[in-house]
Design a protein around this ligand. Structure first.
Ligand code: PMP
Length: 364
């Protein structure tokens, strides 16, 4: 629509236009119920149908095996940094963290309060531009789980495959906040997948946890009830008042992704968008530069710098004039970052690339 911008924000991020329009049309009176989803009891039949549909559509999308629970929680992925060690470990247990960016580092630091995590690999000295080769990981056989951040939102580094956990429990845990539902994933390789919704699948306020059922029920005694997976699992995510409207919106996004043909089709579109943007960067004769190693570049978050860094402010300002916003890189790394999640249309990336070429021609 004319009055909307191309929003390259890292999250909260752009949502599919048809989802917004559908939410708008259902806002005032949801399907003849005489009320908005915001006003419904979370225990009424209307909302139960909404959360059940959202779960079942997500199960279809990711082909989630029946021995996994799907939880709709609150507190963001940040709360899961604590909840995971609290639920899976004793205070004396050791766990392995592979740190490929700032989010993995935050997860590692939070875990230090609840167990004995070990950072078995860090990309920090290379400014988080790499993923380690899996055979060089020195995994601890006694680790309770191996933790990765599947896509580092700030640094734009993405796992294209996943390491096999060598710990005795065989558990791999992944923060998929910023590439959740952007491509098919073999859920059976993971003990836990978790993600904040606000990048690919909905508004902030909803956190999705997909957990193998046998990992539920061993929380440390001090675990707050709100962080105990068993409580949420037994109550189908309705132990307390859930973020109802957010869950409803996620449900609309899941329906949209299914209508697009599922995650294989979605991945094709994301690959196309990423290819166009990375090619524009790589073919700019060094005017633009992406520091991330080619084989692990994120299809969701594309960081890049300008050789003439003094032009960055102008780049951002000029882009905004052409209705492309939120291109400033994270304060910790500078430069630009274009987040091109599922809901960023191809036209948005094409516009950006055309703008980048014009901007370069003007300043070469
Ligand atoms: N992990 C990743 C990969 C993220 O991108 C973010 C948010 N940008 C977080 C964790 C933290 O999520 P939240 O703000 O939902 O707690």
């Amino acid at each position: 629509a004319q009055d909307r911008v191309f929003n390259f924000a890292a999250g909260p991020a752009t949502l599919p236009e048809n989802v917004l329009l559908r939410a708008q049309s259902e806002l005032y009176n949801w399907r003849g119920s005489g009320m908005s989803v915001m006003e419904m009891s979370h225990r009424g039949k209307e909302f139960l149908s909404i959360i059940q549909k959202a779960e079942s559509d997500l199960r279809t999308l990711l082909d989630i095996p029946s021995e996994y629970s799907v939880l709709f929680l609150q507190g963001g992925a940040t709360t899961q940094f604590a909840a995971i060690p609290l639920n899976l470990c004793t205070a004396e247990d050791t766990v392995d963290y592979v740190v490929t960016g700032s989010w993995g580092d935050k997860a590692f630091k939070e875990a230090q309060k609840f167990c004995k995590p070990k950072m078995i690999w860090s990309g920090k000295s290379e400014k988080y531009t790499k993923i380690p080769s899996f055979h060089e990981l020195e995994q601890n056989p006694d680790a309770k789980f191996l933790h990765i951040c599947a896509n580092e939102t700030i640094h734009g580094v993405e796992f294209k495959d996943y390491p096999t956990p060598k710990n005795r429990s065989g558990i791999l845990v992944a923060d998929m906040s910023s590439n959740f539902c952007s491509k098919p994933v073999d859920v059976s390789r993971f003990g836990i997948i978790y993600a904040g919704a606000q990048k690919n699948v909905g508004p902030s306020g909803v956190t999705i946890v997909i957990i193998r059922k046998d990992l539920i029920g061993n929380a440390q005694g001090m675990t707050p009830v709100m962080l105990d997976y068993k409580i949420h699992d037994e109550n189908n995510s309705l132990y307390n008042t859930p973020p109802c409207y957010g869950i409803y919106t996620c449900g609309l996004v899941f329906e949209d992704l299914l209508e697009q043909g599922g995650l294989k089709e979605v991945e094709k579109k994301n690959k196309k968008k990423g290819e166009i943007l990375y090619n524009a960067i790589d073919e700019s004769n060094g005017f633009y530069k992406c520091p991330v190693e080619k084989s692990v570049r994120s299809l969701m978050n594309v960081p890049f710098t300008l050789k003439k860094s003094e032009l960055e402010a102008e780049f951002i300002k000029e882009a905004a004039k052409e209705k492309m916003v939120q291109l400033k890189g994270h304060r910790s790394v500078g430069g630009m970052r274009a987040s091109i999640y599922n809901a960023m249309p191809l036209a948005g990336v094409e516009n950006l690339v055309a703008f980048m070429k014009k901007f370069q021609a003007r300043h070469a």
